[in-house]
Ligand binder design. Structure first.
Ligand code: UD1
Length: 417
């Protein structure tokens, strides 16, 4: 298993390009299921989760071709196996995004239940409830969701809680349903908007994406389209947090400030000076790093996917921060590892109290999930001496060439295979 070795203490300086968003690319690739004509997607990030998704779509009978310029073409004309096996779903929960499109296009689907994952239970009851309201019959058999629906019917769906992939699954299913579907209490994440824009390019009729009520009027079929994936706001936030924590100065290209306002606000509170233009963000740290308290919540509030990275930053900032996690019940697994580097963190229920320790010292730590890994990388960049991060395969699921990008910013980081 690969490890990352970081020699800390270097302030990040320079310019890097931000990749396409993982969490937009995954549902957009699934949208190809909805049409028998090709979908061409550009700015697809080169990540393990994307490779897993392409493998999943290919085994369904979808023709997949990948070019050397981050472009993917998918043609689902010969789709004949509407199934997502356990072996793939267990490695990537987002596989559940094939359920809605398969039901809509094929009238049936067999998708493994995702089960628990490291950061919490993460059930899919809201996905199922909504599809049943649209006329699907769903049975759970031998660990699989066995769903059928000759043709889905539009329905009014009130989500009990805000779910990102739940909203995306239902929005995709509704594009081919009979009549109008209204999703209330919908997720407002920019990735939901990106998927809606791709579906619209394919001929879907969708209004309100980005708000909490989305209306979709079903059409008989969707057609060929070309679509460019939005920039990754979590990768953007991670590089900015790393730059702020190390007292650096960076320029991030091919990204947009408007998709991460809550994160930028917290970075400013931490002492960063940030300027943005159309497609780039500049950050520098004129003064010292200050602690920032925060509470994760659905978009546009502070994202749960940035909580761990800010905990690394708070570990060395001046002051004490209260960090409350409201989305996932077990998303503090990085705390133990950060403590091994000298961080002073107490956890009480879903709140972590982080007292700035002034500095961290390098040690060997273990990555437990995707964003926890990113926080350990930031901690390693700040720490004195050498930090070894084990199990970096988590990081490869969601960050494209992270060590190359960090090296370009001056970090002393290498991969040991
Ligand atoms: C997506 C993101 C993930 C991010 C998360 C929250 C993708 C591929 N992943 O995950 O990076 O951390 O949003 O912003 O886009 N829930 C239920 N029942 C359901 C669905 C969800 O109880 O049917 C709960 C979950 O357990 C969780 C909360 O709702 O506590 C939010 O989860 P959700 O928004 O669905 O997360 P994902 O879409 O899986």
């Amino acid at each position: 298993m690969d490890k990352l070795v970081i020699e800390g203490g270097v302030a990040l300086k320079g310019e890097v390009r931000i990749s396409g968003a993982k969490n937009a690319a995954l549902p957009i690739l699934c949208a190809s299921i909805l049409s028998d004509e090709p979908l061409r997607v550009s700015n697809v990030p080169h990540l393990r989760d994307v490779t897993t998704m392409l493998g999943l779509l290919a085994q369904m009978g979808i023709a997949v071709s990948v070019d050397d310029r981050l472009g993917v073409e998918l043609n689902a004309q010969a789709l004949d196996n509407p199934e997502a096996p356990y072996e793939l779903v267990k490695t990537m929960r987002a596989s559940v995004l094939v359920l809605g499109p398969l039901l809509a296009r094929c009238g049936k689907a067999r998708v493994s239940l995702p089960g628990g994952c490291a950061i919490g239970l993460r059930p899919v009851d809201q996905h199922l409830k909504a599809l049943e309201a649209m006329g699907a019959t769903i049975a759970i058999e031998h660990g699989y969701m066995q769903a059928t629906a000759p043709r889905l019917k539009g329905a009014r769906i009130i989500m009990d809680l805000v779910t990102v992939t739940g909203t995306e699954n239902i929005m995709m299913a509704a594009t081919l349903a009979d009549g109008q579907t209204v999703i209330e209490n919908a997720a407002r994440e920019p990735e939901v908007v990106d998927l809606a824009n791709c579906l619209k390019a394919m001929g879907a009729k969708i209004k309100g994406a980005g708000g909490d009520v989305i209306k979709i009027v079903g059409v008989p079929r969707l057609h060929a389209a070309t679509y460019r994936v939005m920039p990754d706001r979590i990768e953007t936030g991670t590089f900015l947090a790393a730059a702020a924590a190390t007292g650096g100065e960076v320029r991030l290209r091919d990204t947009r400030a408007s998709i991460l306002d809550a994160v930028l606000e917290k970075l400013r509170e931490a002492g960063a000076q940030i300027e943005s233009a159309d497609d780039c963000i500049n950050l520098h740290m004129p003064n010292g790093l200050r602690s920032v308290s925060l509470r994760t919540a659905p978009y546009p509030a502070f994202p749960t996917d940035m909580q761990a990275q800010f905990m690394a930053l708070n570990s060395v900032a001046t002051g004490t921060a209260l960090m409350t996690e409201t989305i996932f019940e077990n998303r503090f697994m990085h705390v133990q590892e950060l403590r091994r580097l000298g961080a002073r963190i107490e956890v009480e229920g879903n709140t972590a109290v982080v007292s700035g320790a002034g500095h961290l010292d390098g040690a060997t730590v273990m990555a437990t999930d995707l964003r926890a890994s990113a926080s350990l990388v930031i901690a390693g960049l700040i720490a004195r001496g050498e930090t070894t991060i084990e199990r970096v395969y988590h990081l490869d699921r969601g960050y494209e060439s992270i060590e190359e990008k960090l090296s370009r910013l001056g970090a002393r980081i290498s991969r040991v295979r």
